[in-house]
Design a protein. Structure first.
Length: 259
């Protein structure tokens, strides 16, 4: 069974996450369905995409599917990891992708949402960066997605504490574009999509690509890259990483020892 529901109305394509059993966690299967839908939208000449969950959900997405994380001795967020593929596909899609957010957005789902071009949330939306709760060493491209979305101090607070922030605080910090009342959320977002559709799609596609390239234009020396990768390897080779993943699967609080 597909884990997403899709539709095209006019030039607007909608992808609705529908993986209730896993709270829309971005498993390999769910990511594959989203990517297929985005690819189909390119073929269908869609000019704006809405990425959403079912109306009224309490959790938009629980983030990376922890059951699919390696339990040690391997990079949990390598180049071909499903979450990494999803973020790249959203960023490289020629049409603007609008995230419609209701409920909680956790961990890797925050990055997927922030990879979207426009984010509109209901008042009940919350955003939490949770890798530190799991002992996961986030990768450089993922941290850049966060850094391009909000001020450095906010990202540090979110990453270090793993506490969720409200939609109200997220919009005031520039992390998201708008907060709209729940009963007006759909009409608000599809009005934005209609404005996009009314403009020149080739112009928009080029500007989106220009902005993507400029946002990623952060030079890093080979030495700096190797240092970061070496530090990340220490984490995913550690006992703490094994403990974090194991504790999550066993539904208990992890005990971290810094080793």
């Amino acid at each position: 069974m597909p884990l997403v529901e899709t539709k095209i109305e006019g030039f607007v394509g909608t992808i609705c996450l529908d993986y209730f059993e896993k709270r829309n966690a971005f498993s390999a299967a769910l990511v594959e369905d989203v990517i297929k839908a985005l690819d189909a939208f390119v073929d269908g000449r869609v000019r704006a995409v809405v990425l959403r969950a079912r109306p009224g959900v309490k959790i938009w997405s629980a983030g990376h599917d922890v059951d699919e994380l390696p339990e040690g001795r391997r990079d949990p967020l390598g180049w071909y990891d499903p979450l990494r593929r999803l973020v790249r596909t959203i960023e490289n899609h020629p049409a603007p992708v609008i995230a419609m957010i209701e409920g909680g957005v956790w961990g890797g789902a925050c990055e997927a949402a922030m990879a979207c071009d426009i984010i509109v949330a209901a008042p009940n939306a919350t955003f939490a960066l949770t890798p530190a709760k799991l002992g996961v060493p986030y990768n450089v491209s993922g941290m850049l997605t966060f850094l391009n979305a909000a001020p450095l101090r906010l990202i540090k607070e979110m990453a270090f504490t793993a506490r969720p922030i409200s939609a109200e605080r997220a919009v005031s910090a520039g992390l998201i574009n708008h907060v709209a009342p729940s009963d007006e959320l759909e009409s608000f977002i599809y009005a934005i999509a209609a404005d996009i559709v009314g403009n020149a799609p080739l112009s928009i596609a080029v500007m989106k690509e220009e902005l993507r390239i400029l946002a990623g234009a952060h030079p890093m020396s080979p030495q700096g890259w190797e240092r970061v990768q070496g530090l990340r390897r220490i984490v995913y080779d550690s006992a703490d990483y094994v403990e974090g993943v194991k504790a999550f699967k066993e539904k208990r609080k992890p005990v971290y020892r810094g080793e």
